[in-house]
Ligand binder design. Structure first.
Ligand SMILES: [Zn+2]
Length: 400
């Protein structure tokens, strides 16, 4: 028979849980933590003392409470002292940010990335440069507790190798390894698929807070996705799960970059929107898609017809996902935010026809709350995962 968790294991678990509360919820009173965590006051006090001693949180008297009696101390994350680096490798931009505990973006750098084939160095070089610039500007008493990147490509579970992605000349790009070497911060760089991380970001900090089952659809040059089931990201056997963009919705449809025909991203992705609207040209990207939606709003019938057609395919994809996963919410992010806003009626009517009535009854269709930062916020949360799992252990290692 296996023994139950030791006192020490319970303490570590509780330290992580308390830190997660203030990281996601912001400054919280001891009294509130006591009730939310279901622990007694003396335990909360001891846990807070440990986290304060480690420099992860700080306790303060609250500002005006408006209530009589002794006010409960407020526990707030040490946002300026404890931070991570979050990186975002998008199809047409590279972003690096220094994000404080609690989710505050303290500093950020961004550059445009040309679409087309790339070498690993063209991505790693600028990001490492940004991180070094930001690192130089930190105070000596600050501590970096993690680094993570969102990558627009398929990332193998645990190894940080990019297995496939748009414009990738070669496969199996050892991004995490090279990024770790170039940053030389003594911290391994973690990598996740951008749409997967954006799904987690919307789940923890965005429109999907409180939703245990949701699907996030992310549009850039293609369509990626993240499926959250019972609060957990669905990764599949090797971590490539959630590639909803390659769900075939039209077997005799447009050719897809993956070699198949009529995938959701071939029928409802950026290229399909622009081509159907007769606007395929050198100007691609979010602005070009937005221009189609704007034109439709102004009464351009060609743009309206294009959005209606694309919305029909998008709705069909959503209906299939709803039937399989029965999500509480489907979130449209990236370029799909614009597409959905321009074709919501079409998407809804397709879902009404093709999704099973019990599953669609309580379904909510929403747009991303974090917008263009969803992937970056997701990367930051991945970088914070370790310190939230075992706060004191990570801090000892980061300080050594
Ligand atoms: Zn495909």
């Amino acid at each position: 028979m296996r023994a139950g968790p030791s006192q020490e294991e319970i303490r570590r678990h509780n330290l992580g849980a308390l830190l997660r509360h203030v990281h996601l919820g912001g400054p919280t009173s001891r009294a509130e933590l006591t009730s939310r965590m279901g622990l007694n006051r003396s335990t909360i006090m001891a846990l807070t003392a440990d986290l304060t001693a480690a420099g992860l949180v700080r306790e303060e008297l609250p500002r005006e409470t408006g209530r009589a009696g002794r006010p409960s101390l407020v526990v707030r994350p040490e946002s300026a002292r404890v931070y991570v680096f979050a990186l975002d490798v998008g199809v047409d931009r590279l972003v690096a940010a220094r994000v404080g505990l609690g989710g505050t973006i303290l500093d950020r750098r961004e550059t445009v990335r040309p679409r087309g084939p790339f070498s690993l160095d063209e991505i790693v070089g600028p990001l490492a440069g940004f991180a070094r610039q930001m690192h130089r500007r930190t105070r000596p008493d600050t501590v970096c507790v993690g680094v993570a990147a969102a990558f627009s490509g398929g990332v193998g579970r645990g190894d940080g190798i990019i297995r496939f992605g748009p414009n990738m000349g070669s496969t199996d790009v050892p991004f995490a390894e090279e990024m770790t070497r170039r940053l030389a911060l003594g911290l391994p760089v973690k990598v996740g698929n951008d749409a997967n991380l954006a799904a987690l970001a919307e789940h923890t900090r965005g429109v999907g807070v409180g939703c245990r089952d949701l699907i996030y659809l992310h549009g850039d040059v293609g369509i990626g996705g993240g499926v959250i089931v019972n609060g957990q990201l669905l990764g599949g056997h090797q971590g490539f799960g959630g590639e909803v963009g390659h769900m075939v919705v039209n077997p005799r449809g447009r050719p897809c970059g993956c070699g198949s025909l009529g995938c959701l991203e071939a029928e409802a992705g950026e290229r399909a929107v622009l081509e159907t609207a007769g606007r395929l040209g050198p100007e691609m990207g979010r602005d070009a898609v937005r221009a189609v939606v704007d034109a439709a709003d102004r009464g351009d019938v060609v743009a309206q017809a294009a959005l209606s057609r694309v919305g029909d395919w998008l709705g069909l994809g959503v209906a299939n996902l709803v039937n399989i996963f029965n999500p509480e919410m489907v979130i449209f992010g990236g370029m799909l935010r614009e597409v959905y806003l321009g074709s919501a009626a079409q998407v809804r009517s397709r879902v009404a026809v093709d999704a099973l009535p019990p599953s669609r009854g309580a379904l909510r269709l929403r747009t991303s709350a974090l917008g263009d930062d969803a992937t970056l916020v997701g990367a930051a949360e991945l970088a914070f995962a370790q310190v939230l799992a075992d706060p004191l252990d990570v801090l000892v290692r980061a300080g050594s």
